[in-house]
Design a protein around this ligand. Structure first.
Ligand SMILES: Cc1cc2nc3c(=O)[nH]c(=O)nc-3n(C[C@H](O)[C@H](O)[C@H](O)COP(=O)(O)OP(=O)(O)OC[C@H]3O[C@@H](n4cnc5c(N)ncnc54)[C@H](O)[C@@H]3O)c2cc1C
Length: 453
């Protein structure tokens, strides 16, 4: 699999993953003494939370240990979808689609309603899609089942006999390498402060209530703290004595150089996914390109994740390698007056699985032969943070008044990011919520523990 090659034509190319071309976001100068809310983590969730808080006139400061969107939020496929969501997430996904349109009107984050197709090969696929549509119908989605003829009108000539597709015209994509930065700029315009290369080591509290955070550059007082640390949230929470069951799955992706093909909708072809990028290329992957590195937490959390892994073993392969020893060496409890694991790893940058990306590429080019003319420009990977039930936690953290967690988005957090940020801002302010947040509460995992005890 080729690594990044120089583009050979004059099309604009999106910022390649890992290039660090996000200079200029960091707030310069000393840290503030006090703000209303501190957000830990400069991914799409932390930045969307900061944007929603800043819109409400709340003073907010984001600390990012590495680069803005350096981890999952710049490495994902860029799908913004309602289709196939857990029904609990559907109201958020609908709200997010509206928020993306509003953000796009203010900053170019590459949001387009391209339409999105889940292709079907047989009656069983069609029945599964019909079942999902029936379950989600009450939310007023535009999801529909297309006949074979209607489905293939969205596709290039194909070697496979599709029987139809599930389709949403209002779903689409945004550009992961622009989106978090675009939203961050809007938040900064409203007064939010964003500090890159500044890890939060821990929290300060008094009488059981959060009073601020301890960063590597000093203490900042705050009335509330939101942990939006992506794959690091379990470690951060664990050091506070809060057990957040979260594991990581490595997803591998490739992009092509700019290339003209009659494919504008985002497509899930079961054994490949493909969507047009704003830079003229395509982002390609497959669900089967995911791999779970076996780590010490895999054993510690077996009682939470065993059932989920069995249900998804077709898509997620287990791999034992050096990541086991890296995580074994990482302390689970650490002092906050010296360097912490958050400073020792500024950006999680796993290697892509050559097998995963080459399989996705092979399936795509076999299915749509026109892609045989495309050139692979780059491949990369990202660690997806997952919870046992595949739903995020967006909730207060029990026993720590003023502390909130927004994490565990389980591969769905980019698309719903803006709505998740809005939900978190309302939670922090104690406002009425427009969606039912009960499925996202932190405490739901305690039941599994006590059942096992
Ligand atoms: C390959 C892949 C494909 C995906 N495809 C899609 C898709 O098509 N659609 C979709 O909706 N979702 C997708 N996802 C999932 C989506 O990218 C994530 O759910 C989302 O980006 C999570 O955002 P986040 O802000 O929670 O985490 P992240 O983007 O990982 O951000 C967390 C940030 O917190 C920082 N941090 C952690 N601890 C600290 C600390 N102590 N101090 C300071 N900073 C800290 C980290 O450095 C990191 O930058 C995909 C993910 C991957 C990897």
């Amino acid at each position: 699999m080729s690594q990044l090659r120089e583009p050979s034509d004059s099309h604009p190319i999106e910022t390649p993953v890992g290039s660090g071309a996000d200079a200029g976001m960091t707030a310069l100068g000393p840290l503030p003494i006090a703000v209303d809310v501190v957000v830990i983590g400069g991914g799409i969730i932390g930045i969307s939370t900061a944007y929603a808080l800043a819109k409400a006139g709340v003073s907010v400061c984001v600390f990012e240990k590495g680069r803005l969107a350096g981890e999952q939020s710049s490495r994902n496929w860029g799908w913004v979808r309602t289709l196939t969501r857990d029904v609990a997430e559907v109201p958020l996904a609908i709200r997010a689609n509206a928020l993306w349109a509003d953000i796009q009107s203010r900053a170019d984050v590459g949001f387009r309603r391209t339409g999105l197709l889940y292709l079907q090969e047989n009656d069983a696929d069609a029945a599964a899609h019909a079942k999902w549509i029936a379950a989600a119908r009450d939310h007023g989605l535009d999801a529909t089942l297309l006949t074979r003829d209607a489905a293939v009108r969205h596709l290039p000539p194909s070697s496979r006999a599709w029987s139809g597709a599930m389709y949403s015209a209002s779903d689409g994509v945004a550009e992961p390498q622009r989106a978090t930065h675009g939203i961050a700029g809007l938040a900064q315009d409203l007064g939010a402060k964003i500090y890159e290369h500044c890890a939060v080591r821990g929290i300060e509290s008094a009488a059981g209530r959060v009073t601020g955070v301890i960063t590597e550059r000093g203490v900042v007082r705050a009335q509330a703290v939101v942990i939006a640390g992506g794959a690091w949230s379990r470690l951060f929470c664990g050091n506070l004595g809060a057990d957040f069951p979260q594991l990581k799955v490595r997803g591998s992706v490739l992009r092509t150089a700019p290339f003209e093909a009659p494919l504008h909708a985002a497509v899930n072809g079961k054994d490949f996914t493909c969507r047009k990028r704003a830079d003229g290329g395509y982002t390609v992957s497959q669900f089967g390109a995911s791999m779970a590195d076996v780590v010490p937490d895999s054993f510690r959390l077996m009682h939470h994740f065993g059932r989920a892994w069995l249900a998804n073993r077709e898509f997620v392969r287990l791999r034992f390698g050096k990541r086991f020893f890296e995580e074994l060496r990482m302390p689970r409890r650490f002092a906050v007056d010296r360097e912490t694991p958050f400073e020792q790893c500024r950006v999680l940058d796993p290697a892509p699985s050559a097998r995963g990306v080459s399989q996705a590429w092979a399936r795509l080019t076999e299915t749509f032969p026109v892609f045989g003319q495309a050139r692979i420009a780059q491949s990369w990977a990202g660690y997806i943070d997952v919870t046992p039930d595949g739903l995020p936690v967006m909730s207060a953290v029990p026993q720590h008044a003023g502390l909130f967690l927004a994490s565990g988005f389980s591969g769905h957090g980019f698309g719903i990011g803006p709505a998740a940020g809005e939900l978190m801002a309302n939670l922090v302010q104690g406002n009425a919520l427009a969606v039912d947040a009960a499925p996202f509460r932190f405490g739901r995992f305690a039941r599994v523990r006590s059942e096992k005890a």
